[in-house]
Design a protein around this ligand. Structure first.
Ligand code: SAM
Length: 276
C-alpha cells in the first residue's frame, strides 16, 4: 500500500518509523511518504494560511499550496518542477489518475467528518493508495477540498468528538489502525482475531504469569486447559463487557446465538455474571 501524508509539520509523523509500522515500511509492505506543505509555497515566508472571508477567529489554510501538493502526489512531479511551472489550477490540471483500481483515497482529518472506526479501517486496508491531508489552524479552504473530489475518493474523517490542534495525530491514528490490518504487518495474524471491535464486541480480560499476584488470582478456568470452556468464558465476558460499557455496539450485532442471548438476559436481569 502507498501512503502519502501532507503536513506543515512533517517531523510529527516520525513516530511512524518506529515499531511494527516502521518495520512494515522497511520490509516494503508500506510505501510511506511525508510531504511538507510549505514546499508548495512561493513567497519568502512560505505562507500556507490567511484570514477567513466573512470574519471570525483563526486562520484558514490557503487552497493553492494544497492543490499543488496533491497534484504532486497524483502526478509524481517534484516540488521543484511544480515551482518552475505556471501555477494555474484547473479541474483538469492533475497528471491524470494514477494507475490502479480507481482513484487514490484522500482522507481529510476533521472533527466535522464521519467518525473513523474498525469497519472503516478494514475497508481502507484494502486500498492501494491513501493520502492524508493534515489540516492546521481552522482547517483548509473548502474550494480545494471540493476540487480534490475530481481526482480522489474524498473522505473527510474524524477520530472522535473532540477537537485537536491539527490532523497529524489523527492521521497517525488512522494509519496505524489501517496498516496493522495489512497482511504481514502484524507477525501473528491470529492477534487480530477476537480483538475489541474486530467482530463488534469488546475484548475479554487478559492475564500473564504469575498465576497469583498480590493476592489476586488468575480466573481458575484459564488454568484448566479446557479450551472449549475457556472460549465460552471469554465470549461470555466479551458479551457482558460490551453490554455494560458499549451497549450501542450490541445493538449493531445481528449474529448472536441462543446462548449469547441467554448470557445477556441473565446479565441484564442481574441474576448471574461471568465476572463473579
Ligand atoms: N475549525 C475546525 C472545526 O471546528 O471543525 C477545527 C479545526 S482544528 C483546530 C485543526 C485541524 O485539526 C483540523 O483541520 C483537522 O485536521 C484536525 N482535527 C481536529 N480535531 C480532529 C478530530 N476530532 N478528528 C480528526 N481531525 C481533527
Amino acid at each position: 500500500m502507498k501512503i502519502d501524508v501532507v503536513s506543515i509539520f512533517p517531523e510529527y509523523l516520525a513516530g511512524l518509523q518506529l515499531s511494527l509500522i516502521g518495520k512494515a515500511v522497511d520490509q516494503g509492505l508500506l510505501d510511506l511518504s511525508v510531504h511538507d506543505l510549505r514546499d508548495f509555497t512561493f513567497d519568502r515566508h512560505n505562507t500556507v494560511d490567511d484570514s477567513p472571508y466573512g470574519g471570525g477567529a483563526g486562520m484558514v489554510m490557503k487552497a493553492e499550496p494544497w492543490a499543488l501538493a496533491l497534484e504532486h502526489i497524483l502526478g509524481g512531479k517534484s516540488p521543484e518542477t511544480v515551482r518552475g511551472e505556471e501555477h494555474t489550477v484547473s479541474g483538469n490540471s492533475a497528471e491524470g489518475e494514477p494507475a490502479g483500481n480507481g482513484k487514490p483515497i484522500l482522507i481529510v482529518p476533521s472533527p466535522a467528518g464521519p467518525v473513523f472506526n474498525q469497519r472503516i479501517a478494514e475497508e481502507l486496508s484494502n486500498a492501494d493508495h491513501l493520502v492524508f491531508a493534515c489540516g492546521r489552524y481552522e482547517g483548509i479552504d473548502q474550494r480545494v477540498i471540493d476540487w480534490s473530489a475530481q481526482h480522489f475518493d474524498l473522505r473527510p474523517m474524524s477520530i472522535g468528538d473532540y477537537v485537536l490542534n491539527g490532523g497529524e495525530v489523527a492521521s497517525m491514528v488512522m494509519i496505524e489502525a489501517v496498516s496493522r490490518l495489512i497482511p504481514g504487518v502484524i507477525g501473528n495474524p491470529e492477534s487480530l482475531t477476537e480483538e475489541s471491535h474486530e467482530d463488534g464486541l469488546l475484548e475479554y480480560p487478559i492475564y500473564t504469569k504469575p498465576a497469583s499476584w498480590r493476592d489476586r488470582d488468575v480466573p481458575e478456568i484459564l488454568l484448566s486447559g479446557n479450551h472449549g470452556a475457556i472460549a465460552r468464558w471469554r465470549r461470555d465476558w466479551r458479551l457482558e463487557r460490551t453490554a455494560e460499557i458499549r451497549p450501542d455496539l450490541l445493538a449493531e450485532l445481528h449474529d448472536l446465538d441462543k446462548h449469547d442471548r441467554s448470557v445477556l438476559d441473565r446479565f441484564e436481569s442481574g441474576d448471574e455474571s461471568v465476572k463473579e
